[in-house]
Design a protein around this ligand. Structure first.
Ligand code: SAH
Length: 329
């Protein structure tokens, strides 16, 4: 998690439900007395995000669970990472203007960005999502800060969408991840069941060519727009896509490219930023990975005897394919 992320500390759902009765029905208490939230239920996820947006950001946001349900810790990590990049490149700028490609019905990034005092142009290809996003902006009286632009999927992502005479500080994107008609897999070819509910429509989550092709479009357009956007950024859903995308950014002759990584509970996401304007500094914003605790080996001996212990050790070392030089019984 980003050092300034207010959700760095795990939520204690016993406290949360004391203050927010609407979440009570999604919390169960396990045998050890720990409160567990039903993250696998899209309705529970949506209600939690809405509640936290209201409580922590004074944002009243509504979105249907038939669209992608955003989780807040991840969205906040991305915004804070962009804030770090901007501060490092442009320490004195306060009139920040950015672009969110594919804002979704919740319009979550622009709403969080507006709370930072930034202005955002938000694009969306899905008509219904664009309409709901617009309502969220109006309901929070943020029309002066957020401009929703409905675009066609076939159009460019940035070229022709922006005002030609203006320059922008950054663009951001949570791209549709999955390749149409394909199932993403990890290194082992097996994918563990998700800990959170999978939400979102197929057009939100899938795109021909997967995220690599979508992000490549942004890279190609950045080659045309160059300094018009000072920092190009994107989220990347799969670690294995980072290498190929970085190569494409280098081929597009960007001046610099940096990478970020954040782990929210069970989900890790990667981020790329590149620029034709600045030498972006990799401030090691990449969070340190928690080292995995080794699982201890536990044996129970029926009777404690030296021979018994030696036999078990032999068994263990043999199973680990460790040569035994001395073992005296
Ligand atoms: N930013 C939101 C939604 C991400 S899902 C969030 O993080 O929760 C990706 C979004 O991109 C969807 O809303 C989808 O409708 C939109 N999208 C897909 N293709 C697009 C395109 N060519 N231009 C703009 N938006 C697009």
């Amino acid at each position: 998690m980003h050092a300034r992320n207010i959700y760095k500390k795990r939520l204690n759902f016993k406290d949360v439900i004391n203050d927010h009765q609407n979440l009570r029905k999604y919390v169960s208490i396990d045998l050890s007395g720990e409160a567990k939230y039903d993250f696998k239920n899209p309705e529970a996820l949506a209600e939690l995000t809405k509640t936290l947006l209201q409580k922590d950001f004074n944002l009243k946001v509504d979105f249907p669970i038939t669209r992608l349900v955003p989780t807040l810790p991840l969205r906040l990590n991305y915004i804070l990472w962009i804030e770090d990049l901007l501060k490092a490149a442009l320490p004195k700028t306060d009139d920040v203007v950015g672009i969110d490609i594919g804002t979704g019905a919740s319009c979550i990034y622009p709403l969080l960005a507006a709370k930072q005092g930034w202005k955002i142009i938000a694009t969306e290809a899905d008509k219904e999502s664009a309409n709901i996003a617009r309502k969220n902006v109006e309901n929070n009286a943020l029309s002066h800060a957020i401009d929703i632009r409905e675009v066609s999927e076939a159009d460019h992502l940035l070229v022709g969408v922006l005002d030609e005479a203006k320059t922008y500080h950054f663009c951001m994107c949570n791209p549709p991840f999955f390749e149409l008609n394909s199932c993403p897999s990890n290194r082992t070819g097996k994918r563990p069941p998700p800990k959170n509910a999978i939400t979102g429509t197929s057009t939100e989550l899938s795109v021909s060519g997967g995220e690599v092709e979508f992000i490549t479009k942004i890279i190609e357009e950045s080659k045309v727009l160059k300094d018009k956007i000072m920092i190009y950024t994107t989220m990347v859903g799969r670690k294995c896509d980072i290498g190929v995308l970085k190569n494409r950014i280098r081929e597009a002759k960007a001046r610099s490219v940096v990478q970020g990584e954040f782990c929210q509970g069970n989900t890790t996401r990667w981020f790329l930023a590149w620029s034709y304007t600045f030498d972006l500094v990799d401030e090691k914003i990449v969070e340190e990975k928690k080292s995995k605790q080794a699982t201890p080996i536990i044996w129970t001996l029926d009777e404690v005897s030296v021979k018994g212990v030696v036999d078990r050790l032999k068994e263990l070392f043999t199973s680990l394919e460790v040569n035994i030089l001395y073992l005296v019984s």
